[in-house]
Design a protein around this ligand. Sequence first.
Ligand code: IPM
Ligand code: MN
Length: 354
Amino acid sequence: MNAKIAVLAGDGIGPEIIEQGVKVCNAIGKKFNHNLQFTYGTVGAAAIDETGNPFPEETYKLCKNSDAVLFGAIGDPKYDNDPSAKVRPEQGLLAMRKKLGLYANVRPVTTFPSIIDRSPIRKDLVEGVDFVVIRELTGGIYFGKPQGRSEDGNTAYDTSVYHRYEIERIVTLACEYAMKRNKRVTVVDKANVLATSRLWRQVATETGLKFPEITMDFMFVDNAAMQLIQWPGKFDVMVTENMFGDILTDEASVITGSLGLLPSASIGKETSVFEPIHGSYPQAKGKNIANPLGTILSAAMMFEYAFNLPEEAESIRAAVNKSLENNYVTEDLDKNNPHSTSQVGDMIVSYINE
Ligand code: IPM
Ligand code: MN
C-alpha cells in the first residue's frame, strides 16, 4: 500500500509524542511492506508564531491531499492566561475539524489488564470495561453563533445550536458501531433543561427505529458522569454532543489508568484525523517524559480505520500491551522506574520488529 500521511505535531509535547508515532508507523511500514510518505504541517500556537493563523491554508491543503492526518496536541499557556488574545491555538483545531468536516470523534475506552491497578477505580469495577464514546465534533456550543461579549465587557454569551441532520448522522454512526459490538447505544443529553437536547432525544429516537436490533437508552449528562465511575462496565456505545463528549471522555480516560493512553479518530467528510485525547501538557514540553502511547494507539486506529489494515493495527496494540506488561512505561504510569518518551517509542518499535 502507498499512503500519504500529514503530520501535524502542534504544541507542547506534540512534537515529542508525534515523533514516536511516526517511528512506529515506519516500523509497521517496513514490516508489512507499505510505502508511507510523511509530510509535516504547522498548526496551533506554532502556526500562529509562523503565519498568524492557527490553521494555515497550506496545512488545510496538505490535510485534504493526504490519506490520513496524524495529530499531536494543541495549546499554549501564554494564550490560556490571556483572555484578550484575538487568535488562539485551539481555533486551529476547531478550524481543522470544521473545514475537514470531521463531525465524529471516536474515543474507545478499553482497559489494559497489566495496569488495572493504576485505575483510581476498584479493580472489580474496571475489569473488562470496553466501550466507545462517539462525540459530535463540529456542532453545539463550540461553534454556535452568536458568541462574544457585550460592549461594556460585563456580559458574555455562547450559543448551542444543533440541526436535525447533525444529530441524525452522528446517531446513525453510533448505531452502526453498536451493530458491530453489543448493540446498545446510550444517548447522553440534558433534555430536562436544554432545547438542543430535546431535539437530540427526538431525532435519536427516530434514528433508532432504523436499527431495530439496537437497544437505545437516554441518560442525563450529570447522571452519566456518575454512572461512568460507578458502573463503567455497563456501557457499550455512548453518543453525545460536542461539549458533553469532551468532558466525559477526559473522565472516562482515567478509568483505564492514564489519560496518556487514550487514542481517538475524528472522521467525517474528508481526510480523517488521528490524535490522542490528551492536551499539549506544556509543563512537560521538551522534557522527554510524556506518555507517547495515546499517539501510538492513535496510529493503530489510523491503520485500521483509514487504511483498512487491522493486522497492522493489531501489531501496534500488541507491542503497546507488551510494554505495559513489562512495565516499560513513562512516569505517569510508573514514578519509581520511569522511561523516557523516546525510550518507550524505541521499545515499541523493537517489539514490533521481534
Ligand atoms: C479535545 C481538546 C479540545 C476540545 C481543545 C484543545 C479545544 O480538549 O480534543 O478534547 O475541547 O475539543
Ligand atoms: Mn478535551
